[in-house]
Ligand binder design. Structure first.
Ligand SMILES: O=C(O)CCC(=O)C(=O)O
Length: 270
């Protein structure tokens, strides 16, 4: 969805825009907010990201499937800018569903390099009440920030919207062990998700932000281009949900605005 300039200026969506975002998240399981970041900010983010990724790849084996890296990000500039980690519009949307007390509990990235293959479709979390098999209201959102345009050829994320985020049956929700991707893909469920339920590619330009229900089934796809396909990944959740923890240098935390500190109040300070 597009945000009007008056909304960017005031840092607040109108009631109608907010409703659009909420309906997308609740019914489809995701919403894309366009034009959140401009060229200058993107360039700065990408330049620093490329340096970190090059060093990481030197010392680390692929950890999200072949030629894929889940890389932690340092909570410092240019990544830890307020427009990125506590963007007023993004927070307004998330808080309007998860409540004012929302916290950020994950700050990292996912990169598909040339040669990466399909991941098994998966939800990022196990059902919260596995013994009851119930569909629950949203409690946790992933915020993905593409650092390059997501195109059909460079490994865009694929998603199964309109309902997979509401499936609470632990016998059905795919939560793969990434060492068993081949086996999982050959399973009944792996075939079913592809043949009976066609996924959608997230094709969106750099500068947009994808907010998705953490439960929605999704997967990485092959990057057939020569360049890496990086995206930042943050997780925002209701404060009682134990998703993870962000680590922040005390000196970095001390200079954060009150607004940012509020969202990162459960971070571990080093
Ligand atoms: O990189 C992507 O597009 C998705 C990655 C992902 O879902 C994962 O590694 O769990």
């Amino acid at each position: 969805m597009k945000v009007a300039s008056a909304e960017w200026r005031s840092g607040k969506l109108t009631a109608e825009s907010l409703l659009t975002a909420q309906l997308n998240l609740k019914i489809k399981g995701y919403v894309i907010i366009e034009d959140v970041f401009g060229e200058t900010q993107l360039k700065e983010l990408k330049a620093r990201f490329d340096e970190l990724l090059a060093a990481y790849v030197e010392t680390t084996d692929p950890n999200r499937g072949a030629s894929r890296y889940g890389m932690p990000l340092p909570f410092e500039p240019p990544f830890a800018s307020t427009t990125l980690v506590a963007n007023p519009i993004i927070l307004q949307v998330i808080r309007s569903i998860l409540g004012e007390e929302v916290i950020c509990s994950f700050f990292a990235s996912d990169t598909a390099l040339q040669g990466s293959q399909y991941q098994q479709a998966h939800s990022d979390v196990e059902p919260l009440f596995p013994e009851d098999n119930i569909s629950l209201p949203p409690f946790c959102y992933v915020v993905n920030i593409p650092l390059v345009d997501f195109r059909p050829d460079n490994g865009p994320t694929e998603i199964w919207p309109y309902g997979t985020h509401l499936v609470g049956d632990p016998g059905v929700v795919p939560v793969p062990d990434f060492t068993r991707i081949k086996e999982m893909r050959e399973s009944t469920l792996g075939r079913f998700t592809e043949e009976e339920m066609t996924p959608q590619q997230v094709i969106t330009p750099a500068g947009s932000v994808v907010i998705r229900d953490i439960r929605m089934w999704h997967r990485g796809t092959p990057n057939r281009s020569a360049e890496a396909r990086p995206m930042m990944a943050m997780v925002f959740n209701r404060p009682w949900y134990n998703h993870g923890v962000v680590e922040i240098e005390k000196s970095q935390f001390d200079v954060l605005s009150d607004e940012v500190r509020q969202v990162f109040r459960k971070a571990v300070l080093r």
